[in-house]
Each structure stands twice: as structure tokens, then as C-alpha cells.
Design a protein around this ligand. Structure first.
Ligand SMILES: [Zn+2]
Ligand SMILES: [Zn+2]
Ligand SMILES: [Zn+2]
Length: 219
């Protein structure tokens, strides 16, 4: 029994050690090999050797090891330079979706995506907050309460009191003030929250508060 547990324990330790060394190995590849490969890619880009840069990127991808996020930018940029616009767009958008990114590369990604949009669509799309519903809020009378702002209390059906259950068997009834409406028989209209009016849906942003706008491409 003891021998068996020692066996399992040593197996676990070995497995753990193996995992640890493979992690270290992956780290090593990243530090020495991947970064020097990225340097080569940068030099290729500077020398406008985009085909060679693409080949280098594909080599890195074939290593099937974790690679730095910035490779998504370089690959997208290289594809853009070779007029492979759809794939370029995907990689640059992928780079922009990363939480942590280099601000210079992010700005360059946006700029490159803009030129892709100009080449493919002829205009640049951008997202802005909707100013229409901020400056032109429009309201209509609440139909649920006829613009009174009230509704009959559903807990006491508008009686203002509720019957206490404990006296039922004695044939007697005790009445308590309704807790929901405090005896007032009415509560705020649940549709308009007592505001009497409801806001119309913004015809521009459909209440999403954000809209996609177009701007002209630089000539
Ligand atoms: Zn009530
Ligand atoms: Zn109402
Ligand atoms: Zn709006």
C-alpha cells in the first residue's frame, strides 16, 4: 500500500518536472529564437521585402509554440503591403482585439485599416456616441396608466388592506395595512415608473447610444 503510494507520488513528481521543463523550453524559444525571428521580419519590412517577411511569419506559426501578440500586427501589415486586403484586415483587427498592446502598433493598425477601408469601400467607418437622443429626447404619454403615473396596487387589489391569515380558522378576520402601497391603494405605474411619460426609441441609434458613421477618405 505504502509502496503503491510512493510509486504514484514519484510519478506525479516526474510528470510535474516534465511539464516544468517543457514550459521552460517554450519560454526559451520565445526569448531567443522568436524575438530574433521577429527582428528579421522587421528588417524585411523596412527593406520592403514583404514576401520574405510573410515566409518568416509562416515559419514562426509552424513552430506551434506561443508567440508574442505583436506578430498579428506584423503579419497583417505584411499582407496589406501585398494587397491581400481581406486577410490583412482580419489580422489587424485581431491585433486590436488584444487587451494589452503596443500603442504605436495599435495606432498603425487603425491607420492601415482605414486605408484598407478606403481601397475596398471608398469610405472609413467609425463608431461614435449618438448625439441625437441626447439633444432631442422625445416622450409620449404612458398608455399603461393614461399618463397618471399610477396603477392599482396588485397586492391588495386597490383595497389598501390585506387580510391576515392567522384568524381564518376562528371565523374572524384581521386586516393589516397593505405593505406594498402603505394603504394608499395605488403604486407607481410599472410601465413608466411613475413618470407619466415614456421616452421614444431613438430613431438614429435605436437606443444603442452608439452609431457607425462614415467619413471621407483623404484625397
Ligand atoms: Zn396595496
Ligand atoms: Zn405609466
Ligand atoms: Zn440615439
Amino acid at each position: 500500500m505504502i509502496r503503491e503510494s510512493i510509486k504514484i507520488l514519484s510519478f506525479l513528481l516526474l510528470a510535474h518536472a516534465g511539464l516544468y521543463t517543457s514550459l521552460l523550453k517554450a519560454q526559451k524559444i520565445q526569448d531567443s529564437s522568436i524575438y530574433s525571428r521577429i527582428d528579421t521580419i522587421k528588417k524585411n519590412i523596412e527593406a520592403s521585402q514583404y514576401e520574405e517577411a510573410e515566409r518568416q511569419c509562416k515559419k514562426i506559426f509552424s513552430l506551434k509554440t506561443s508567440v508574442p501578440d505583436e506578430i498579428a500586427f506584423y503579419y497583417g501589415y505584411i499582407l496589406y503591403k501585398q494587397n491581400k486586403l481581406n486577410s490583412a484586415k482580419q489580422w489587424l483587427e485581431k491585433y486590436l482585439s488584444f487587451k494589452v498592446k503596443n500603442s504605436y502598433l495599435a495606432a498603425l493598425s487603425v491607420q492601415t485599416l482605414d486605408s484598407i477601408a478606403c481601397k475596398t469601400l471608398g469610405y472609413i467607418e467609425y463608431v461614435d456616441s449618438c448625439s441625437y437622443c441626447k439633444t432631442n429626447p422625445s416622450f409620449y404619454d404612458c398608455p399603461a396608466c393614461d399618463a397618471t403615473g399610477n396603477e392599482i396596487c396588485p397586492a391588495c387589489q386597490g383595497k389598501g388592506v390585506t387580510r391576515s391569515a392567522s384568524y381564518h380558522n376562528l371565523g374572524q378576520s384581521a386586516y393589516n395595512t397593505c405593505k406594498k402601497c402603505n394603504g394608499s391603494k395605488i403604486i407607481n405605474c410599472s410601465s413608466c415608473n411613475g413618470m407619466k411619460k415614456k421616452k421614444t426609441i431613438c430613431p438614429i441609434c435605436y437606443d444603442k447610444k452608439r452609431i457607425t458613421l462614415k467619413k471621407n477618405c483623404p484625397k
